[in-house]
Design a protein around this ligand. Structure first.
Ligand code: ATP
Length: 309
């Protein structure tokens, strides 16, 4: 069983508005409401690939109940820790006329010490049955930025691969826990390096340094420019074809799902990178976030070129 950890999930509501203007009222169709959070996207894509996973994290209030119900309806396994404060809502206003997306992202609930302990209890129990753990996204208030580092240590004690997909301080500290894989994009890697990284060579240099700190795989995602997989002993580059992009949001999460699926099924490094890219691309070709079509993935796999640098 693969476990995904989403510590700060959200109800994502998106509205499509023509000619969005600040300071003006807009009449809109009902918003599209989804159970959001990076780990949930990963679990959803894993399911589409035929791999069941267990979703862990925190859920609270009416919003939490709504997400739980939604996941049940989608046939996803879950064992969330119930919290007192309300799970957040995130709002996106999409204006197709101007090709803009304006987002309002709530910070989310404050997790108490007792709630954190209850989560760790569940996590430790489930860990015993897990084959791979994926932790994605930001941390809710109340958890220390070192929280991912803490859980990374627990996972390592069980000798299970730990994927960490986060940014900022929690990524920096998480790296100190030596996760099996991290998946920064160009912006996240630049933030980590403390300077804007523009050239591939500069990015690889930083990724190699991270590997020397104990991370086994740095999966660097480069949007339409493909991806790199950097390890101490190997550097792979994936060149991808141009595709008809509909909505690339969640492509990073889909990529993580593709990588986890590959590791779980014993694919070699090149095939794993190929699968990870195909999943990211397949998601970018759909309107829904965290949605891939296996037939499209199959087709894309043959169009991705992997080279060793
Ligand atoms: P998100 O935070 O929205 O999940 P990300 O920034 O973490 O995304 P990206 O680098 O944008 O991740 O995308 C991950 C992978 O998905 C890329 O490496 C690529 O394979 C595929 N992908 C994403 N955007 C595009 C695109 N516009 N065209 C082709 N492939 C794409």
């Amino acid at each position: 069983m693969i476990i995904t950890v989403t510590l700060n999930p959200a109800i994502d509501i998106s509205y499509r508005v023509n000619n969005f203007n600040i300071n003006k009222g807009h009449r809109v169709e009902n918003g599209l409401k989804t159970a959001g959070g990076k780990g949930l996207n990963v679990s959803r894509v894993l399911k589409q690939l035929g791999e069941q996973s267990l979703c862990l994290g925190f859920l609270g209030g009416q919003n939490g109940k709504w997400i739980k119900k939604r996941l049940e309806m989608d046939g996803m396994e879950q064992s969330f820790t119930t919290i007192t404060e309300e799970t957040r809502t995130c709002l996106a206003i999409i204006d197709e006329d101007h090709s803009t997306q304006t987002e309002l992202l709530e910070k989310g609930p404050n997790v108490s010490e007792e709630e954190k302990e209850r989560f760790l209890e569940t996590f430790n129990q489930q860990l015993k049955k897990a084959k791979l753990i994926i932790a994605s996204g930001s941390l809710p208030l109340g958890l220390e930025p070192s929280f991912y580092k803490e859980i990374c240590k627990l996972v390592k004690e069980e000798n299970i691969p730990f994927f960490l997909d986060t940014s900022g301080e929690s990524l920096k500290l998480g790296i100190e826990g030596s996760p099996f894989l991290i998946k920064p994009n160009q912006e996240e890697l630049s933030q980590f390096a403390g300077k804007e990284l523009m050239k591939i060579e500069e990015m690889v240099e930083v990724a190699v340094k991270i590997c020397n700190q104990g991370v086994q795989n740095v999966l660097l995602s480069l949007g339409e420019n493909g991806a790199m997989l950097v390890r101490k002993d190997t550097i792979l580059k994936a060149d991808i074809p141009t595709i008809p992009v509909v909505n690339p949001v969640g492509s990073g999460d889909s990529m993580i799902a593709g990588m986890a699926y590959s590791i779980n099924n014993g694919f070699d490094l090149k095939e794993s990178l190929r699968m990870a890219c195909a999943c990211g691309m397949a998601n970018a070709m759909e309107a829904k976030t965290g949605f891939v079509q296996p037939e499209i993935i199959k087709q894309l796999l043959s169009e991705i070129n992997i080279t060793t640098l």
